[in-house]
Design a protein around this ligand. Structure first.
Ligand SMILES: NC(=O)C1=CN([C@@H]2O[C@H](COP(=O)(O)OP(=O)(O)OC[C@H]3O[C@@H](n4cnc5c(N)ncnc54)[C@H](O)[C@@H]3O)[C@@H](O)[C@H]2O)C=CC1
Length: 484
């Protein structure tokens, strides 16, 4: 494999830097287990350099005309599109996701976020509030230096989804990628410099959880946006509270996908496949509890299994590969444990369930039927290619069961009855819902969770609220009245 060793472990103040005193980070190609790059986790000196340069750059950036800021973001979007082929290859090496996915879902999704917020940058104005003679005007201000902390499943997309709205609002960002996918965000940082952003505006600090934790409580950090698991979210939210910092939390889920009796079966099956096996099931919003009406469950299962059997597992860089490995061996073990527990608790394994022989962290697409609500595989987030089929009889019952979870990230339903579709969606406790689709997350629409799945929204105009603050200015036009 060609070398993907970056010129340094971190990208700070416009250049690669390293401090070999930091603990080693091995970047492993999940398809073979081979180490493809070795980096060093941030030391306190690296963290200090990153935050200090971001603080400097933020002042320069916020002083630019918004349209000029937008122009830089737009150039980054163009560069992401132009370099999509090489960036997708790197994404596949960093994560193990198949190249046929990364070519359409990672740098391209990042580019869309940058293009969207590039356009929005110059429109972020305040409002005027008439009060008779006096009036109030508002100014939308940046927060300062924002900290982004990423998960491993979408390293380019997560970095871009956080950086684009943050920078459009006039903030700077320090981004800490997941320690298992440290490569892609560094490339994004290079592109910001190439596009003309001030040095320090978007810094990447690689490291483990402790490096991110040390930044969360730094007095110069105004906001923290995390994509990660619920336990990490709870820790980061609590730590950020010490300084009353703004937070956005994009956390885990156990989302329902409901297939009503009148659903278009082939479309529903396509959605169930996408909602469970895309990115080898490593997607937070996956619809892993597939509720199928009892009258159609046999037909549904027959076709689902028939189609899922044809999935091609293989080298992520092979254009024919449809399913890549899990991110790490540890994650694969965790998923295999859930599969074992599912069988022990009485669910019926009808496809997959094994790790194929040979190198790499592969796991077969796995389908369980006869899953019941209290089983562990129906309650906990697995974060792997494991689809659970549950059956239901009527609408009220399935809504109650769908909502019976601590999570609330996403939900989907399939029906041809639009009255029912809207009635059910209105009752579902989820931040993002799909009617007759699943897992599409266009930048134009808000994305995020309710309940334990998170706080705040990414994408769309909604993200602007989470990366800016409003100053209210009262203007008096007459004399000041006083009691004496
Ligand atoms: N809602 C969403 O948008 C998404 C949520 N996820 C969730 O993320 C999880 C899988 O990703 P992982 O990387 O394993 O999650 P994780 O929660 O272990 O780590 C996420 C990030 O937080 C950092 N971190 C760990 N401890 C920290 C601490 N005490 N303070 C500050 N930062 C800390 C890690 O280094 C990593 O960069 C899944 O549970 C999944 O549901 C993943 C992708 C998208």
């Amino acid at each position: 494999m060609k070398s993907v060793q970056p010129k340094g472990s971190h990208f700070i103040d416009g250049a690669y830097v390293d401090d070999t005193a930091g603990r080693e980070i091995s970047c492993v190609y999940a398809a073979t287990g081979e180490t493809v790059a070795t980096l060093h986790a941030a030391t306190p000196a690296i963290v200090e350099a990153a935050i200090a340069s971001a603080e400097r750059a933020q002042k320069e950036w916020a002083a630019l005309a918004p349209v000029a800021r937008g122009r830089v973001l737009r150039r980054v979007a163009d560069l992401l599109v132009e370099r999509n082929a090489e960036l997708s290859e790197l994404e596949s090496i960093d994560t193990g996701k198949p190249i046929q996915e990364t070519l359409v879902a990672d740098a391209t999704s990042g580019a869309e976020a940058l293009e969207y917020y590039a356009g929005l940058a110059a429109t972020l104005t305040g409002e005027t509030v008439p009060l008779g003679g006096d009036f109030v005007y508002t100014i939308r201000e940046p927060l300062g230096v924002c900290l982004g902390i990423g998960a491993w499943n979408y390293p380019t997309q997560i970095a871009a989804w956080k950086a684009a709205p943050a920078l459009a609002c006039g903030n700077a960002m320090v981004f800490k990628p997941s320690e298992v996918t440290p490569l892609c965000a560094l490339k994004l940082a290079e592109l910001f410099i190439e596009a003309g952003a001030p040095a320090g505006l978007f810094n990447v600090v690689n490291g483990y959880g402790d490096a991110a934790a040390s930044m969360v409580t730094d007095p110069r950090i105004a906001k923290v946006s995390l994509t990660g698991s619920v336990p990490t979210g709870q820790k980061v939210y609590a730590a950020a509270a010490e300084g009353l910092r703004h937070v956005t939390m994009e956390l885990g889920g156990k989302s329902p996908l409901i297939i009503f009796e009148d659903a278009d079966l082939e479309n529903a099956i396509s959605a169930a496949i996408n909602a469970n096996f895309y990115s080898t099931g490593q997607i937070c919003s996956n619809g892993t509890r597939v509720f199928v009406h009892e009258n159609i469950v046999e037909d549904f299962i027959e076709r689902l299994v028939e189609r899922s059997r044809t999935a091609i597992l293989g080298d992520p860089l092979d254009p024919d590969t449809q399913i890549g490995p899990m991110i790490t061996d540890a994650q694969r073990k965790k998923v295999l444990d859930y599969i074992r527990i599912g069988q022990e608790e009485g669910a019926e394994l009808i496809l997959g369930g094994h790790a194929p022989e040979g190198p790499g962290f592969f796991i077969e697409p796995t389908i369980f039927r006869n899953v019941t609500d209290e089983m562990t595989i129906a309650r906990e987030e697995i974060f792997g290619p494991v689809l659970s089929i549950l059956t239901f009889k009527d609408e009220d019952e399935v809504v109650a069961r769908a909502n019976d979870t601590q999570f609330g990230l996403a939900a989907g339903l399939f029906t041809k009855d639009f009255t029912r579709a809207h009635r059910v969606v209105a009752q579902l406790q989820a931040g993002t819902c799909w009617i007759n689709e699943y897992n599409l997350t266009p930048v134009e629409a808000p994305f995020g969770g309710v309940k334990m799945s998170g706080v705040g929204r990414e994408n769309s105009k909604a993200a602007i609220e989470h990366y800016s603050q409003v100053k209210s200015v009262y203007v008096a036009m007459g004399d000041v009245e006083a009691a004496f």
